[in-house]
Design a protein around this ligand. Structure first.
Ligand code: NAD
Length: 264
């Protein structure tokens, strides 16, 4: 590795699994100090232990303001400041608009939109004090184009893209860059849960009713012109670029990384 985040003090939410776990490992391998935060405290701790001395962990529910405040406070206390946050934690959100009740809607919006805002909310003053920094917000290709059967999820992710633009405008003068990542399909536990409940591409008429989750995930490949689904490392590499100074003139944008899915 080449130290692309050398000395940077970072937070990764959802670091206990999938994309967040890959990003926490990659950030640390590139020289960063990493707060591994996850609602599953044991999984966050396992990621931090795996990384070693430059990582700490905390059980954090990103939908709770007090948890997010504590996450930032403990990071600043342990590392002496804060330079970048990857607000990545999220939950699956299967169902069409007419299938959802208010509790299910609020569950998804609470984590995938409100939780992204709260994950960066308490970092802003510290980034300003540090002379600037980078906020990377996890959206989805589902926030850019219509994907079947994920109404609350798509609404939350489109909201994240709006928040990204807004914060980039408001905090650009403070040296804070804000960008969103919009991945296509990466077969993580979140995607498996979505397909299990017949959301996403498995909501389309041409998905056989008796297909297994593995078969549905395999069938999703055809939606991605590059011929394969994404890996957690594919997405973590983009998060690394956006968190690092090499993207110093990139702000207010939502970058699609989807193997060509949205171009097809
Ligand atoms: P994942 O299920 O592997 O990881 C999600 C992590 O978030 C888990 O460790 C989970 O415990 C944690 N989490 C859930 N709710 C939380 C909360 N309230 N507070 C803190 N942590 C919480 O899924 P993933 O695919 O790696 O998802 C990461 C992000 O990427 C999500 O925001 C997801 O919407 C987004 N995304 C994923 C895909 C994909 O295809 N996998 C595509 C587009 C966007």
């Amino acid at each position: 590795m080449t130290g692309r985040l050398s000395g940077k003090r970072t937070i990764v939410t959802g670091a206990g699994s999938g994309i967040g776990q890959a990003a926490a490992r990659l950030f640390a391998a590139e020289g960063a100090h990493v707060m591994c935060a996850d609602i599953n405290g044991d999984a966050a701790a396992a990621t931090a232990t795996d990384i070693g001395e430059r990582a700490i962990s905390l059980a954090v529910d990103v939908s709770r303001p007090a948890d997010c405040q504590a996450m930032v406070d403990q990071t600043v206390s342990a590392f002496g400041g804060l330079d970048a946050v990857y607000a990545n934690a999220g939950v699956d959100g299967p169902g069409r608009a007419g299938d959802l009740d208010i509790d299910e809607w609020n569950r998804v919006i609470g984590v995938n939109l409100t939780g992204v805002w709260l994950s960066v909310r308490y970092a802003i003053d510290h980034l300003i004090a540090a002379g600037g920094g980078s906020l990377v917000l996890q959206a989805s290709v589902g926030g850019v184009i219509g994907v079947p059967g994920i109404a609350s999820y798509a609404a939350a992710k489109a909201g994240v893209i709006g928040l990204t633009r807004q914060m980039a405008v408001d905090y650009g003068p403070d040296g804070i860059r804000v960008n969103a990542i919009c991945p296509g399909t990466v077969p993580t536990p979140l995607v498996r849960a979505t397909y299990e409940k017949r959301g996403g591409f498995s909501a389309t008429a041409n998905a056989p009713a008796d297909a297994t989750v593995d078969e549905l995930i395999d069938a999703a490949k055809v939606r991605h012109p590059i011929g394969r689904l994404g890996t957690t490392t594919d997405i973590a590499q983009l998060a690394l670029h956006l968190a690092s100074d090499e993207s110093s003139w990139t702000t207010g944008t939502a970058i699609v990384i989807d193997g060509g899915m949205s171009a097809a």
